[in-house]
Design a protein around this ligand. Structure first.
Ligand SMILES: *[C@@H]1O[C@H](CO)[C@@H](O)[C@H](O)[C@H]1NC(C)=O
Ligand SMILES: *[C@@H]1O[C@H](CO)[C@@H](O)[C@H](O)[C@H]1NC(C)=O
Ligand SMILES: *[C@@H]1O[C@H](CO)[C@@H](O)[C@H](O)[C@H]1NC(C)=O
Ligand SMILES: *[C@@H]1O[C@H](CO)[C@@H](O)[C@H](O)[C@H]1NC(C)=O
Ligand SMILES: *[C@@H]1O[C@H](CO)[C@@H](O)[C@H](O)[C@H]1NC(C)=O
Ligand SMILES: *[C@@H]1O[C@H](CO)[C@@H](O)[C@H](O)[C@H]1NC(C)=O
Length: 935
């Protein structure tokens, strides 16, 4: 059993890596040195040290005999014969903290003060051992010659009994949690330190003052801590710094101190993954003021920096690596970029930049450039690429799919580069396939997505003999048959031809293609019967929105790695074959909008990883198999628009606790709504409309936590797809940024009777409540005004009676109301939202209702009040300007609102492949830094 260990009480970890040379070599004869062994005093000191240590694997077994210089981990000076180095680093763990740390492999116990007798010791490495709980012995500070001290991740197990039990057990490596960086280090004279590496701890203090006395520091590494606050100007004290790494500190904020810019010896500066804000101009100007700037590597990625990149950037003549991923830079890349004569890598993805200057084409040293996810506009000509003779990786795309940058390259132009990685999305390359790719026979990755290319891909492209790992020409107007002759050399290759006009039978590639998106073309005919045998390693398959017909073959069940299977929106018919048993990794299954028939059989229980199960709009029938209980990870169960019958099983609640979305509309379900569903605490979209459900609305309905509490960011993690809603005949796609906000309860068009439970008014996060077309009686719940988020309320076609509860006027977000065909009476309110709900048809069929907008005035009202438009306009815009209005747009308007069918879109992105794709991409762009996706 694996435990997590925490390194508590850890000591300052001074890793002086890089200073591996021994003390100053003195040309003096040693007096007490012996040819046959070490100094006796030092041998005894080491023996005492050994005596204090526990050594379960006998790593110190060689510490016997006279010549201690020959003991493992000991090194002596060739000149004085004195011990100068003790290296007890735990060899079973690598420095990347990857792999498993086994407690039984670590040294433990006490570090003996006898070490003081080893007077010339300059190198001491006790890292990755189990000395936790003991304080760093103060005497280490007296080792005057010490130049290298490594106490990195000296850990401790919390509980001795655990350490017994887990002796042979692999433990997950700890974070080395050293929580406080001491403000002073009195015990050690470290003013001569040159390299200080305190990375990978959990310091959360602001930078401690003693750091700024280390004026000889050349290399300071504080990455991966939790340092907070603003960067102090005192960094300027460290004038010798060549390398400063403050990346991955969660709380560093504020602007960049100008003083950093005055560190003219800096060659590496890494401030990535912090919360640094403000304009960049002064900072770059400062760096650029150094005569002959030595800066080679500048990483400011994942911060909140803004402003235009200043012209002074061009003065950083030695800069080789510039990484500005995920900030808010805007404007054009400065023209002076052409002067950056050493630049090899230039990364500005995820900013708001718009212009690319022609001088960009002068960067003859540039190897990789990532200009993706910005707001680029204008025209790229061959001049922008003219001298990029070293370029191998090029990424360029717009943040949004509307195209505002076009390539206009002379047809005969031959580029000076040989690209390997070409990623262009949402920039116009067409209408013809770009001829400047003619000599690009080193291409591995070809992404020309949403590039307005039409017609066929020319033959010369296929004759380049490329060894591809990705071909993505989705969202163009390509015609004819797809390019199946290409070679995919990587055994995890991707093909995306979605949204083109490709036709013919469903194409297939070699088994190295593992993600295949063919969505939205005109492929027709059957899915080949041997599809699963020919492409057995597919992980993601999306062939939705084509014209495929015939049946689904058992062979799909051979694709045991499949995580995404989307075959919706075709003309597939017949029963779903029993192919489930191998698909235990399947995460998304969408077969909606076909003509599938027959039951869901009990084998569905093999889909134990399934999260999204979408079979809506087919002719499926029968009852829900009880084995569906094994699909206990489901977030979304959409079986709407079929012919399923019998009861909605009560076990749904016990067996599928994560359920967020339950959509069973338009089937033949009978019986009662099982009250157990009230226990599904995450459920927030419930659509059971258009069935034959009878009985009461469960009184426990008010317990549906998912409709009561505001979701947190953590919950949004659960939404990994994009979903399309059809409402009022319109497709609206919305993704995880909005989906989690949708709270809807639709029980309309059933045979429900009795009263609307008052408890329903506890569902304060409800947006849509549709109970229309039932046999409900009694009054509208008195406290309905509690539903402050309600935007749609449809109670029409029931037998509700009584007055409209006064609290209804508190529903200030309500913009769609239907109370028609009930027995309600009294005066329609004339305040708040009611001023805008002025369509008389929403009240018609209630003989007792009176007042505006009905033509019937109420007894006692002398005259009709003024036209509701007067006050109405205001009230509408009052709440119309906020976000909800925007979101509402996605949900569509209207009575009888329905979630529509859930179509998982082509680029259906599930967590794993999404992250892989993102990180994989970053990786290929040689981005060394962790890019936090979710910031
Ligand atoms: C000492 O001598 C050994 C063997 O000749 C050699 O490998 C080692 O590098 C020398 N060490 C130093 C510090 O010069
Ligand atoms: C600390 O070390 C420096 C350089 O080795 C030396 O000049 C200084 O006297 C030392 N200070 C103390 C307090 O030992
Ligand atoms: C810093 O760490 C200490 C000790 O673990 C903790 O008590 C304190 O709350 C932390 N502060 C922040 C800002 O995380
Ligand atoms: C830094 O050095 C100055 C002068 O050498 C000294 O007065 C001060 O106490 C030192 N600060 C720390 C935190 O060690
Ligand atoms: C598939 O990928 C492997 C490993 O990347 C490669 O060796 C092999 O040649 C590829 N196969 C084909 C048919 O391209
Ligand atoms: C599939 O569609 C084609 C025409 O597009 C038709 O000829 C064929 O009979 C259909 N097959 C099935 C099984 O419906």
């Amino acid at each position: 059993m694996a435990h997590k260990i925490s390194c508590i009480e850890l000591l300052p970890l001074l890793v002086l890596s890089g200073l591996l040379f021994p003390g100053t070599v003195k040309f003096a004869l040693s007096t007490g040195g012996t040819a046959s062994g070490c100094f006796e005093s030092e041998r005894e000191a080491l023996a005492k040290l050994k005596g204090g240590l526990t050594d379960p694997l006998g790593r110190l077994a060689s510490w016997v005999g006279k010549d201690c210089c020959k003991w493992r981990g000991i090194a002596c000076s060739n000149l004085t014969g004195r011990v100068i180095e003790i290296n007890l680093h735990n060899p079973y763990v690598d420095d990347n903290l990857s792999g498993d740390l086994k407690p039984g492999q670590a040294l433990g116990g006490e570090i003996s003060p006898s070490l003081l007798d080893v007077k010339e010791l300059n190198y001491l490495d006790l890292s990755m051992n189990n000395f936790g709980g003991t304080k760093l012995p103060g005497f280490i500070g007296s080792l005057q010659q010490l130049r290298y001290l490594n106490l990195w991740c000296i850990f401790r197990w919390n509980d001795p009994s655990e350490s017994q039990e887990s002796f042979t057990t692999a433990l997950h490596l700890p974070n080395c949690l050293l929580s406080k960086l001491p403000l002073s280090l009195p015990f050690i004279n470290i003013t001569s330190l040159e390299v200080l590496d305190l990375s990978n701890n959990n310091f959360n203090s602001t930078s401690p003052w003693w750091l700024f006395n280390l004026t000889r520091l050349v290399h300071l590494d504080l990455n991966s801590n939790s340092l907070g606050g603003e960067l102090p100007d005192e960094f300027a004290n460290l004038a010798s710094l060549q390398n400063l790494d403050l990346s991955l500190n969660s709380y560093l904020e504020g602007g960049l101190p100008r003083s950093l810019g005055s560190l003219c010896d800096l060659s590496v500066l890494n401030l990535s993954v912090n919360r640094i804000t403000g304009e960049i101009t002064d900072f770059i100007n400062g760096l650029a003021r150094c005569n002959d700037s030595k800066l080679e590597n500048l990483d400011l990625s994942n911060n909140g920096l803004s402003g235009n990149l200043p012209d002074s950037l061009g003065n950083l003549k030695n800069l080789r690596y510039l990484q500005f991923l995920r900030n808010s830079f805007q404007g054009s890349i400065p023209r002076t970029i052409g002067n950056m004569s050493s630049l090899k890598e230039f990364y500005v993805p995820y900013n708001r930049m718009s212009g690319i200057p022609e001088s960009f084409g002068q960067l003859s040293t540039l190897v990789a450039v990532d200009l993706s996810e910005n707001l680029w506009e204008g025209v790229v000509t061959e001049r922008h690429l003219a001298n990029l003779s070293s370029l191998t990786d090029l990424a360029l795309n717009k943040l949004s799919p509307n195209i505002s940058l076009a390539f206009n390259i002379a047809p005969g132009w031959i580029p000076p580069f040989k690209l390997r990685y070409l990623y262009i999305r949402s920039c116009q390359l067409g209408p013809e396939f770009p001829t400047w790719l003619r000599n690009q026979n080193d291409l591995k990755t070809v992404v020309l997505n949403n590039a307005k290319i039409s017609g066929t891909i020319p033959d010369w492209f296929f004759q380049l003999n490329m060894q591809l790992d990705e071909l993505d020409v989705a969202y163009n107007q390509l015609t004819g048959k797809p390019p199946t002759s290409l070679t995919f050399i990587d055994d995890q290759s991707n093909v995306d031809l979605s949204s083109n006009f490709y036709e013919g039978p469903l194409p297939m590639w070699s088994s190295n293609v593992t993600t295949l998106y063919l969505r939205g073309n005109r492929f027709s005919g059957p899915i080949p019967g041997n599809f699963g045998e020919l492409m057995p390693y597919l992980t993601d398959l999306d062939i939705s929105r084509n014209a495929l017909n015939g049946t689904i073959h058992l062979s799909i069940g051979n694709m045991a790695n499949l995580t995404t299977l989307v075959i919706s929106d075709n003309y597939l018919s017949g029963e779903i074959p029993q192919f489930w048993s191998n698909l235990s990794l399947l995460y998304i299954l969408d077969m909606s909008n076909n003509s599938l028939s027959g039951p869901i059989t009990s084998e569905v229980g093999f889909l134990s990883s399934l999260k999204f199960f979408i079979l809506s709009n087919n002719n499926l029938s029968g009852k829900l198999p009880s084995s569906l209980q094994n699909c206990s990870s489901l977030y979304s169960l959409d079986l709407g628009e079929n012919n399923f019958s019998e009861n909605i099983p009560a076990w749904i609640a016990e067996s599928i606790p994560p359920l967020l979305i339950l959509r069973l509309r338009s089937n033949s379900f009978t019986g009662k709504i099982p009250p157990q569903i009230c226990r599904l605490s995450n459920l927030h979209i419930i659509d059971l409309s258009n069935n034959s459900l009878s009985g009461l609305i469960p009184r426990c309905i008010g317990n549906l936590t998912g409709l009561k509490v505001e979701l947190t960011d953590a919950d949004t993690e659960k939404y990994e797809g994009r979903l399309t809603v059809v409402a009022k005949g319109r497709f609206v796609q919305y993704d995880q940024s909005i989906l989690y906000l949708v709270n809807s309860l639709d029980l309309s068009h059933n045979l429900l009777s009795g009263e609307i439970p008052e408890a329903l008014t506890k569902l304060v996060r409800l947006w849509t409540l549709n109970l229309s077309m039932n046999h409900l009686t009694g009054r509208i719940p008195f406290n309905i005004g509690n539903l402050g988020w309600l935007e749609t309320l449809d109670l029409s076609n029931n037998s509700l009676s009584g007055l409209l509860p006064p609290s209804m006027t508190a529903l200030t977000k309500l913009n769609h109301l239907n109370l028609s065909y009930n027995d309600m009476s009294g005066k329609i309110p004339t305040i708040n939202q009611f001023l805008t709900l002025d369509d008389p048809s929403i009240y018609e069929g209630n003989v007792g209702l009176c007042g505006i907008p009905l033509p019937v005035s109420c007894p006692g009202d002398e005259k009709q009040p003024q036209s509701p438009d007067d006050g109405g306009g205001n009230s509408k815009s009052e709440d119309g300007g906020d976000d909800l209005e925007h979101i509402w747009f996605f949900l569509s308007i209207g009575l009888g609102f329905s979630i529509g069918f859930w179509a998982v879109c082509g680029t259906l992105i599930l967590k794993k492949s999404w992250r892989d794709a993102y990180f994989g991409y970053v990786d290929r762009m040689k981005n060394k830094l962790i890019a936090l996706v979710a910031r």
